[in-house]
Design a binder for this molecule. Sequence first.
Ligand code: SMO
Length: 709
Amino acid sequence: MSSQLTSSNATAIREGLARGEDARLLTGRGRYVHDVQVAGMLYGVFVRSMYARAAALQVDASAALDHEGVVAVLDGKQLAQCQMPQINPLLSVTQSSRGPLLAHAHISYVGQPIALVLATSLSAAHMAAELVMVDCETQDAQPDFPGTEAAVASVEFVHDSGDSRVGATAHTVHMVHSQPRLVAMSLEPRGAVAQWHADSDSLTVYLPTQAPSRARADIAKTLGMVLDKVHVVSPDVGGAFGAKASVTPEDLVVAWAARQLKTSIKWVASRSDEFTAGMHGRGAQLAGSLSLDSQGLFSQLEAKVQFPLGAWLPYSAVVPMRNATRILPGPYRVKQIDVQGQAFQSNAAAVNIYRGAGRPEAALLMERLVERAARAAKIDPVELRLRNLIAAQDMPYQTPTGETLDAGDYAQVLRQACEKLGYAAAREKQASRRMAGEVVGIGMAVYIEPCGQGWESARVTLQADGKVLVHSGSSGQGQGHETSFATIAAEVIGCATDQVTVVQGDTRTCPQGIGALASRSIAIGGSAIAQAAQQVIAKRDAGEALPLSADVVYTAPAEAWSYGCVMAQMVIDRETGKPNIERVVWADDAGRIISPQLAHGQLLGGMAQGLGQAMLERIVYDADGQLQTGSLMDYAVPRADDMPPVELMGLHCPTQANLLGAKGVGEAGCIGVPAALLNAAADALSPWGEAELDFPLTSERLWRVMSSQ
Ligand code: SMO
């Protein structure tokens, strides 16, 4: 089956190439930061900490400075006045410092940049970096969940709906689940090229960022420059997944150094740099209990979610905790809730948003509890969900955490998935296979996905030659915005898609915007383009002469919530614990779809990453804060032949929350798939009792459950 996927993708690519679509990136003509060359530029290599925590840091760069080709070595003393930028003020955070750009006096994680060596060649910079002497006094490292330290950010929602339909509690079930950290495995690691323009005292920074306007503002603020003198260009970007949404210390050091030395500098992270000092994701500790009455109605949810932050706070650091808590109790009515979130700092790499950003955690906690509640109450898990899902006629629905679910028929996606799987027959088959000694389970998850709030910008220009230019304040990292944004403009204007050119990611030419994150690009960024296109057409129809432009800042009146249901069937080898995912059936409602092929690709890509989290990926630090999984030899990511067969269905109910009626699609696979796989494994292992299963679901972990009794 996996070869079917591969060959159908290959066919789609071949057909696309034959039509001349999007061929640029497949034929080596893409231009990534790694490809950017500036005449006379210096090459930067960071000296990084080998220790997780240390004091009395001394840096001696004299031998490095003597190395041929070395121009400068910068350390924390020179940058002592600079701090990392303010973080998103969504939640208040108590912390002593936002973190330095380069370690100064103290070291707080393995891989922390200590010095930047600048040389006329990359090899000279690498060799000289080996000569920088670092002296310090090591200290005991603080792990992610120290148990004693106070949380630096917290949030709590307590609510009682007073729903009189719900009776006294008949059953209460509990769950705990601890997730390892993951690393965002974009094909393209981070990097930056900073170019100082002596003639205009201005700076251009080529940066693979999801948020060019915010990166520009952060660089300007950190360097004490006016905004007009800083330009950020996010060219072709090879994947981001949240990890390129916030500027990192290295980005700012490179920009600072280019201004300081009045030169151009290129730095590119290695894969190892990304493991030690790039953005991590996940890593939460989840605990919850769910009570239900004798009718199987949910009477109470108590949830505690704890998130690691690491040594410094990127802009979106608290977003996963905020999302996980505000999304609970997911797609269900629950009479009373008490949902708590806490986030802690530690001597480890920073944790930021990563595809899903708290949404997967909410789904895991809730769906694991619902699965257990079904077994405790002896109600089929589909039936129990149907009794408690928020009904379509109750939309828009005010949740107990204060969110508004805009639209959706949650029971419908569950029924669709059941039908596609052949649920009743699959349960019968499961029973007979169990009788025959097989370890086989069926798991499901119903999930909801908030898809971004606020505004995005766009400019649409009708040129005199009839061609159309779209400038977006959003930016792309491989999602195919060039195609979907052009499709949106072409449809409104009534021209062919190939008449439209999309420009994104360049703060010189594009309007100030938010960027591509939180599943908001089509819903909000696309709505801005549609509105600008409408305005430009209105001007043309009123008789104004070409060229004509319309600039729009579109604010979505509400947040769209997509949703879906994933069902998975897993068989576990009795002797070895090896899991085999036999089927995945998935119904998703992403509202109005602009580009079906791209939406399909987003769902599959998210699924691959969800699969990685559930089955394979794991960052491990030892007790000294040393990273044990610093390369792809130690960290397993899914490959094409790991992908199980998937049967995808779409519902496409438009939302009123934005002009296009579109909802998010990019994060869905990371949200629904891990929870469904966890429940499938738990269902398979249920003859051995209610085992707690942590990710990843390795053969060893599954085998131990079967060997425990
Ligand atoms: S995790 Mo996303 O780029 O909001």
